[in-house]
Design a protein around this ligand. Sequence first.
Ligand code: SF4
Length: 422
Amino acid sequence: MREKKSIMDRKVYIPQMSYISARCMAAAFQSVGIDAQPSPTGDAETYELARKYLSGDECLPESITLGNFLKITEQADYDPDNVAFMMPTSNGPCRFGHYRPLIENIFKERKEPVLFVSPSSSDGYGDLGKNANRLFRTAWCSIVVADILRKLLLKTRPYELEKGKTDRVYKRSLDRLCDILAQQDVSHKRRVGNLVEELENTLKRFQCIPVNNKVYKPLIGIVGEIFCRLNDFSNSYLIRQIEDHGGEVWLSDITEWVWYTCNEEKYHLRRLGKQVSLKMFGATIRHAVMHRDEQKLLKPFRQEFRGYEEPDDIAELLDNSYPYLPREGSHGEMVVNVGRAVWYYKKGAAGVIDISPFTCMNGIVCESVYPRLSHDLNGFPIRIFYFDGLQTDWGSDVEIFLELAKQYMEQKKSPATRVTEH
Ligand code: SF4
């Protein structure tokens, strides 16, 4: 049997959950000599291509991920021998664990020897050797950097005086940050130093964008299923629709999910009686290193992100969620989402929108909790939007929600006063 080419000799496609994050992650892979790039952006063709293989049981992110990989097969220079798909996986009850077997089987049926690699498994990573650890650290920086850039974009764009200016600044900044993430043969310390420097330049660029800081815009916290809330095509560009109707968005980011999985790792070790164990020691060191890198990258933004702070510890979100969805009985995004909705309330947001794929259990469970949560939070507006892959104009729904959020702010009983800087 012919041996498959290694990951080092293939073009590796990173699934595009958020464009910014996929670009930064691809750059991190480039730093260890892998020819990586984001999978194509979703559009109507994505869904049409995927539909040929779907039974109807798949969730929306699964269909979009498949469709975007199939789009690659339509490219003139596509050669399955030279392509690899990065496909993270998990063991939980959620359909995320099905993505890889489903997509891999489809490519087997098509008799295309594409290589699939998962960050959690050893397949394909043996070739990385000592670079695997370096890649892990750069990949973590890429996640943090992408989250920072997205936050700057969303915080600035609604107030810009020249339409399109913020997007242009963001694109330029993204290119420069990716160049640094992709640098080969630099020490981790040097790379982090270079990133901090470029992030300071990025901040200056954003601060030079002329804005109208006199206008009031209700700040809407976004929670929900991670792929759907971050992927513009999946959520029918809802963030843009909110901005177009006069709102500002604060979007729950990817680092939040990473910290939740870290917290879960330790929680399960404790439950297994491994409080004192090599595994616990390893996890503690790893998390401390991640935390240190994150703090270094965030340092230039202390002032800029006043009023938009993330929790110091993800446990704060789990505590917020406890009366509604205790982590002992519920699991995953639903716990984080409910805790995060309370966080937005405490930070003085005007309301929360939950973005969920149609039929996803996370959204269904959260939806059953939100009325009580809203009641307990003095009528804080919370609404779920479901998405099924059809591009929908949510304009009137968004308008009604923003009106509700404004009314809530007028009669505000929320404990926090927002401090924002533009
Ligand atoms: S959380 Fe829901 S939408 Fe997301 S992968 Fe799991 S089942 Fe699919």
